[in-house]
Design a protein around this ligand. Structure first.
Ligand code: NI
Length: 209
């Protein structure tokens, strides 16, 4: 099937095709290698809403953090061996391409692995080379992360890893959400979209909002 298109001003009722990504040795390469390979959600997909988490400084954050400026939000985890670093480096490259426009854009990674992603762990992770400058890391309790996963219709599932000191990995979707100044979904980008695609999409949003 076709890669996910930029869907700016996405109606809440529009069917949403989400791409799945599998992190770690449990990943099936064929599945991860196909663009937008799996439809997991359709119908009235309302994405976003209230949440309470902690950021990488340990401060409590809520949905109000996403109001006032557009935010590119990625759900992942710091132990992810490949999918998350690739997506976050893509976001870093998109930020560079946006130039000064990027000053108006916030970058947030929300952990889907709260048991390992402490605020301290996130603080280190978000400074990785190539990730967006100023990237913020949000995490929380298992219950808090479950709640935002529900609100954002995020697929993420723990998968036990046998014969690995890691113990488990997390299979998760590979979608970058663009949340608008009003804190509501304005668009999203799939795994096959480039930094240029993201930069263009964000510029379009900034020009039209
Ligand atoms: Ni990942």
């Amino acid at each position: 099937m076709r890669p996910i298109a930029i869907a700016l001003a996405l109606p809440a009722t529009l069917a949403l095709t989400l791409a799945l990504a599998a992190c770690g040795p449990g990943a099936t390469q064929g599945e991860a290698g196909q663009a937008g390979s799996t439809v997991i959600s359709s119908g009235a997909a309302e994405i976003g809403g209230p949440f309470t988490l902690v950021d990488d400084t340990g401060a409590v954050v809520t949905e109000s953090e996403l109001e006032g400026q557009p935010t590119l939000v990625y759900f992942g985890f710091s132990y992810c061996p490949d999918v998350c670093p690739t997506a976050l480096q893509k976001l870093g490259a998109a930020q560079e391409r946006m130039g000064a426009a990027a000053d108006d854009v916030q970058f947030v990674m929300v952990s889907v692995d709260p048991e390992r992603d402490t605020p301290e762990q996130m603080a280190t992770y978000v400074t990785n080379n190539g990730f967006p400058k100023g990237l913020r890391g949000f995490t929380g309790t298992v219950e808090q992360v479950d709640a935002i996963k529900d609100a954002y219709k995020v697929y993420a599932q723990k998968v036990p890893l046998e014969d690995s000191p890691m113990g488990y990995t997390v299979d998760h979707q590979d979608i970058i959400y663009l949340m608008g100044r009003d804190g509501e979904l304005a668009g999203y980008f799939g795994p096959n979209q480039t930094p240029a695609d993201i930069a263009v999409g964000v510029r379009q949003y900034l020009a039209n909002s």
